[in-house]
Structures are given as structure tokens and as C-alpha cells.
Design a protein around this ligand. Structure first.
Ligand code: KIV
Ligand code: ZN
Length: 503
């Protein structure tokens, strides 16, 4: 049987520290419940002394979630520990996470202390936390830049004081994987009571090495990884849960597993991204929009013949139904033929060659080719009439009045108008549009991002729309963000080939 790597999720603490990513208690409970379903072992639910909101969230999550251990962060300060213990009172499994800085920068510059006094404070904090809970984790902040011999003394002292887990954070994301791995190995080899505790990794991504460092730590004996969904976290973020979980799944020879239900990874990524208003970069490993999209002709041909040619992960294993073949100017005949087949066209080789030439000419002008473009290419104008929806007119009222919207859509050669109210101008416009189409569609994700900075910037909107079992994405960008939102929704409807509602 594989060795177990405990997954400690800190999306709701380190992740939530990112400016603009704050969640209210209800939203945090929603995330915590999904983390429980995902199978994480520990949820770091907050830093209770930092605000009444954080205290309340830790308390409510402790009530709402029962399988994972609920953890609360503190400094090595008695008052922090008292408050954390109070917030955790109702948790079925609870852990206090206390700690102090151990690098020269922390000891001398931040804390204006000495190495010996730091060890005393660390031991005192662990012993104090032990009065409340059995499970105490100690973090040696900035261990990445600490002297390893001194770090070993700290680790030994806190384990002797009762720490059950010792966290070795690379707080500034400074280490190289070899360096971080060697640090963990040094502790495993030199701390005489190390077998009485679990060593934990906690890596930041300032140099883009958080996952590599975490894995180096695990390969050298760490048995807990501290991670966040989508790798969100201070500055460049923390190690991402999905990368560690899938890296270990792909490399079975390592024989360490997390027990995470990976099929929920995409769902968790979308939930965190949308609640925190933090778009996932399209090329992000595992959860980026393009992570399973193949756009070059050679790759598309390979994937269509045998998925493993260019995919090391089956998209279904992370909860995606099919890898997306994005048609662009670099797509080959195989991908074009496959997409046309899905649309119901079985072309002869000659017809496919001819369509492919037209496709290349169009793809040179357009970034991505949608299904309705293909219908145009194969000359199915009747079907195209239905699918080719364009926005002809949009008028919204918002402010202190009930938001409302009037839209005129062009379906093929004629126009239809609808008016609706909503909880905002976009919601009103989306309702109006829905009243004009036959299919039942649900807007499941909505992300808006400024292209650069400033209020006169172009807003880029990314939506996800569900229709039956199909989940598609739509995009649009405009200086008018309401218009961009409505255009993005219509873009998704085109991909879905929705049809006009007839009275
Ligand atoms: O990065 C860090 O050192 C931390 C600790 C508070 C665990 O987040
Ligand atoms: Zn951190």
C-alpha cells in the first residue's frame, strides 16, 4: 500500500490573505464543504485573533465540517492561542498551528530577539497550545532562509514540547528544490526525536518553484503538504493542491498518495476562482482553461488517435469530460474532421481537403474557429442562420432604480427584442436573452479581469455556461464591461448552437 501524504489545505487562510480575495463566512463554509468532499485531511480555516470575521468563520466551519481536522493559526502569543482554542471549541478534530520566525531576518530584524529566546518562545507556545488540544503544529517561519543546524535545534525542542507536526515554510519562496529537499533530509537525519512528529512542507511560489520544492520535501521525508486550490496565496501564491496531487498520481513509482478525490479538482478550482474573483491563468497546470486543449495540428492528430500521445493525465480524472480541441490556424485536418464529425458531417477526403483550405483562410483572420464558422465553411447556411446570433442593441438602466435591460438579438436574417429586470444590469440582460432562446442554459461562472490597469481599461469577461450535459466557455472584451459581459454570454450561446424560441 502507498505511503500517505497528508493534505493540509490553507486556501481559507494563506489563500484568503490575498487582497481582494476575502470571503464571507457563508462562502468559506461552501469552500470548506467542498474541501471535505475532496478529501483533504486538514483545513486551515483562519487566523482567529486577526478579526471577528475570521474568528466566526473558524467557529462556523468547525460546526459545518466533520471529517477533516480544522486548524487555526496563531503567533507564538498566549492571547492568540486562547482565541484560537475558543474558535475551535466545536470542531470534531482540531489543531492549533502556532509558530515564530527562525531566519536571521526574522530573529534580528523583525523580532529583535536572539536565537535562544526564539527557541524559548517556541517551546512555551507549543506547551501552552497543548493545554487546549492534543494536535499542535509548529511553524518555523522563513525556515527556507534559516541556518539548518539552528533549524534542527528548534525542531527538536518543539517536538520535545509536544508538537505533533512541524511545518518548514519557505515563506519567501527563496529555495531551489535541491536546497529545500536537502533541508528536510537534514532534519530527518539529525533531529533525534523526529519520528515523534510529521514534517510538513509549506512553499511559496515567488520563483515559480513551490510545487517542485514541495515534491522535493516529500521525496526527502515530509509527510504533510500545505497547499491551496489554484495555488492562490500571498504574492505569487502557495503550492497548488492540484499540482501536488496529480504529480504524485502520474508518478506511481514514488508510491506516495494523497487520497484526494481528484474528480472534484476542477469543481473546486472553479468555485474558489469565482468566489474569490481570482481568474485562473489559462495555461495553469491541471486547472487552466488550456490545460487539456490541443491547438497545434500535430498534437491534435496525436490526441485523436491515442489520448496518451500528448496527455499524461486523463481529463476525466480531474473532472473534465473531454479534452478541448481548440481549432486555430495551427489545427490540422484530423482535428477539423473530428469536429465536423461531432457536428454530423462525414466528409470525403476530397471534401475535407477543400474545407480545410477554406478553414485555413478563415483561421488566419480569426483567432479561434467556432462550430458556427464550420457550418458556414461546409455551406450549411440554414443551420447557420439559427446559430449565428449577434447583439444588435443593448440598453441598460442601473443605479438606484431596479436594474433592467433591453436587448435586440439578430438570429440569421431577422431580429428579436426582449426586456427584463435583474439583480444587476448583466443579470437583467442575460434574463432577456434567455427569454429569446429555446434551450435552458445556466450561467455557471463569470469572471471579469481588467486587461491592464485603470477604470478606462478594457474589461475581459470569461463566462462558463451549462446546457444539459454540455459546459462551454464564452469570451469577450470591451471598454464597456456590461457590453463585454453580454457579448461573452452570447459567445457561449453560439458555441452551444442554441436556437431561437418560437412563440
Ligand atoms: O508562509 C508562512 O511562513 C506561513 C506561516 C504563517 C505558516 O504562512
Ligand atoms: Zn504561507
Amino acid at each position: 500500500m502507498s505511503q500517505k501524504l497528508y493534505i493540509f489545505d490553507t486556501t481559507l487562510r494563506d489563500g484568503e490573505q490575498v487582497p481582494g480575495c476575502q470571503l464571507n463566512t457563508t462562502e468559506k463554509i461552501e469552500v470548506a464543504k467542498l474541501l471535505e468532499e475532496l478529501g483533504v485531511d486538514i483545513i486551515e480555516a483562519g487566523f482567529p485573533i486577526s478579526s471577528p470575521g475570521d474568528f466566526n468563520s473558524v467557529r462556523e466551519i468547525s460546526k459545518a465540517v466533520s471529517a477533516p481536522t480544522i486548524c487555526a493559526l496563531t503567533r507564538a502569543v498566549k492571547k492568540d492561542i486562547d482565541v484560537a482554542a475558543d474558535a475551535l471549541k466545536l470542531a470534531k478534530h482540531k489543531r492549533i498551528h502556532t509558530g515564530i520566525g527562525v531566519s536571521p531576518q526574522h530573529i534580528y530584524d523583525k523580532l529583535r530577539s536572539t536565537p535562544e529566546k526564539i527557541i524559548e518562545s517556541a517551546v512555551e507556545a507549543v506547551k501552552y497550545a497543548k493545554k487546549y488540544v492534543e494536535d499542535v503544529e509548529f511553524y518555523a517561519e522563513d525556515a527556507g532562509r534559516a541556518d539548518v543546524e539552528y533549524l534542527a535545534r528548534v525542531v527538536e525542542a518543539v517536538i520535545a514540547a509536544g508538537a505533533t507536526v512541524v511545518n518548514i515554510p519557505d515563506t519567501t519562496g527563496y529555495c531551489f528544490p535541491e536546497e529545500y529537499g536537502a533541508k528536510i533530509k537534514y532534519l530527518v537525519d539529525h533531529v533525534k526525536n523526529v519520528d515523534r512528529a510529521i514534517l510538513s512542507t509549506h512553499c511559496h511560489n515567488d520563483l515559480g518553484m513551490a510545487t517542485a520544492n514541495t515534491l522535493a520535501g516529500v521525496l526527502n521525508g515530509a509527510r504533510q503538504a500545505e497547499v491551496t486550490i489554484n495555488g492562490i496565496g500571498e504574492r505569487a501564491g502557495n503550492t497548488s493542491l492540484e499540482e501536488v496531487v496529480m504529480a504524485l498520481r502520474c508518478h506511481k513509482e514514488i508510491d506516495i498518495d494523497t487520497g484526494i478525490n481528484s474528480k472534484l479538482i476542477t469543481k473546486a478550482s472553479h468555485l474558489v476562482s469565482s468566489l474569490m474573483n481570482m481568474p485562473v491563468q489559462p495555461n495553469k497546470a491541471i486547472v487552466g482553461r488550456n490545460a487539456f486543449a490541443h491547438s497545434s495540428g500535430i498534437h491534435q492528430d496525436g490526441v485523436l488517435k491515442q489520448r496518451e500521445t500528448y496527455e499524461i493525465i486523463d481529463p476525466q480524472d480531474v473532472g473534465i469530460n473531454e479534452s478541448v480541441i481548440a481549432l486555430t490556424a495551427r489545427s490540422g485536418r484530423a482535428a477539423l474532421g473530428h469536429r465536423l464529425e461531432l457536428l454530423g458531417y462525414d466528409l470525403s477526403q476530397e471534401e475535407l481537403d477543400d474545407t480545410y483550405q477554406k478553414f485555413l483562410a478563415l483561421a488566419d483572420k480569426k483567432k479561434e474557429i467556432h462550430d458556427y464558422d464550420l457550418l458556414y465553411l461546409v455551406g450549411d447556411l440554414d443551420r447557420m442562420k439559427n446559430q449565428s446570433i449577434t447583439l444588435k442593441y443593448l440598453q441598460v438602466t442601473t443605479g438606484t432604480l431596479v436594474p433592467s435591460a433591453t436587448v435586440v438579438l439578430k438570429f440569421g436574417d431577422h431580429e428579436r427584442m426582449a426586456t427584463s429586470i435583474g439583480n444587476g444590469p448583466v443579470d437583467a440582460a442575460v434574463s432577456a436573452i434567455k427569454s429569446l432562446i429555446k434551450e435552458k442554459v445556466i450561467l455557471t461562472e463569470f469572471l471579469m479581469q481588467a486587461m491592464t490597469k485603470g477604470c478606462n481599461d478594457v474589461g475581459r469577461v470569461h463566462v462558463q455556461v451549462k446546457c444539459g450535459n454540455r459546459m462551454v466557455h464564452g469570451f469577450a472584451a470591451h471598454t464597456d464591461t456590461t457590453r463585454a459581459s453580454v457579448e461573452a454570454f452570447i459567445d457561449a450561446l453560439r458555441v452551444l448552437n442554441v436556437t431561437e424560441k418560437t412563440e
